[in-house]
Write a protein that binds this ligand. Structure first.
Ligand code: KDO
Length: 346
């Protein structure tokens, strides 16, 4: 498998020039050009890079809902499994004009704009509906604008990844997890970056940064004792083949955002912008509903594979994790009063 890097494809300058020219000509021609009449060569290139697998429901929704909805004026070209850019380098690639779209996380945004770590906090968002309402609420306006102004990235919509659960190699007989104290010394894989590693620590574990695409091998070889991801990701990436238990902590209602180059956005006509926005929201909703259904159904699948699936003392995890965040250095960068505002959204 070939991994990209932050310098991106070699032809990036040409691509940039092409993109600018292509977007400008569409604007000049206006939408009067007509969907069917736009020559394929004039279409706007929308390359997306993500570590998600192609069977991830966000990938399925973007391919089956987003791509077709914008097809009259744009070629949607997704690259899954981090084959174009490495996990965590996509935002920079968009900012440099080497990529048009990604599925980004608040944890990645927090590496550049620290206030975003608020949405990396365990047990803050309550569920998928709360997540969607918070994203749509005016309390997000300032933070959204910061991302546009500082990174040249527009976040089109919020994509529900699911409730993150602990998934360990050890059998339940060898290690039963009831409270954070039971994770003492457990090498828990987390994605890279301070915000993610803090979550692993707040859970009581010993966090180890590993890229998503390397988790399976790290579990197989014992380089890590476990990882945390929502149930649909555990199934998609076959982590159940190399683990023996899932402990349903639901410690993070995880969200990603569909990120879009502001430069490309600004080159679209108002009608094209409206089409892209609707396509993004429709894809996110489709993915969200399928992901929720999978989360409901999958416990049985894992039990059938021989894994123990059980709930710990969730309240013990909640109070431990919330306490860790509220007294953390991360919280010093959160907008004043924002935790209360998030909690107040029903
Ligand atoms: C992961 O690396 O564990 C994670 O779940 C983090 C998310 O923010 C997201 O990037 C996701 O991976 C990828 O999209 C792969 O599913």
């Amino acid at each position: 498998m070939s991994h990209g890097n932050s310098s991106g494809p070699r032809s990036n300058l040409d691509r940039r020039t092409f993109l600018g020219a292509s977007a400008a000509s569409l604007v000049t021609a206006g939408i009067g050009l007509g969907a069917g009449r736009a020559a394929a060569a004039d279409k706007i290139q929308l390359r997306l890079s993500s570590p998600a697998t192609e069977t991830d429901q966000r990938a399925v929704a973007l391919t089956s809902v987003f791509g077709p909805a914008v097809a009259s004026f744009a070629n949607f070209e997704p690259h899954w499994n981090a084959t174009l850019f490495k996990q965590g380098t996509e935002l920079e690639a968009i900012a440099r004009g080497n990529l048009e779209m990604s599925i980004t996380s608040p944890q990645e945004l927090a590496t550049i704009i620290p206030a975003w770590s608020i949405f990396s906090a365990g047990y803050l968002l309550r569920d998928a509906d709360h997540q969607k309402k918070v994203f749509a609420s005016s309390i997000m306006d300032g933070m959204k604008k910061d991302v546009e102004d500082q990174l040249g990235v527009k976040r089109l919509t919020v994509m529900y990844l699911g409730r993150r659960q602990l998934n360990l190699r050890m059998s339940k007989a060898d290690k039963t997890v009831k409270t954070p104290a039971d994770l003492n010394g457990v090498k828990l894989r987390m994605p890279g970056g301070d915000a993610w590693l803090f979550l692993g620590k707040a859970l009581g574990a010993n966090p180890v940064p590993v890229a998503f695409t390397e988790i399976y091998t790290a579990l197989q070889t014992g380089a890590i004792d476990g990882q945390d991801n929502p149930l649909p990701s555990d199934k998609d990436s076959k982590f159940y083949e190399v683990t023996k238990q899932i402990c349903l902590t639901s410690h993070l209602v995880d969200q990603n955002y569909l990120a879009f180059s502001k430069k490309v956005w600004d080159g679209l006509s108002p009608d094209q912008q409206a089409t892209v926005q609707k396509a993004a929201d429709d894809a996110a909703e489709s993915g969200r509903q399928k992901q929720l259904k999978l989360e409901d159904d999958l416990a049985q699948f894992f039990k059938d594979q021989g894994l123990d699936v059980y709930e710990p003392d969730v309240e013990a995890f909640r109070s431990h994790v919330q306490q860790a965040y509220l007294t953390s250095d991360l919280a010093k960068d959160w907008p004043k009063g924002m935790v209360d505002q998030v909690n107040a959204i029903k």
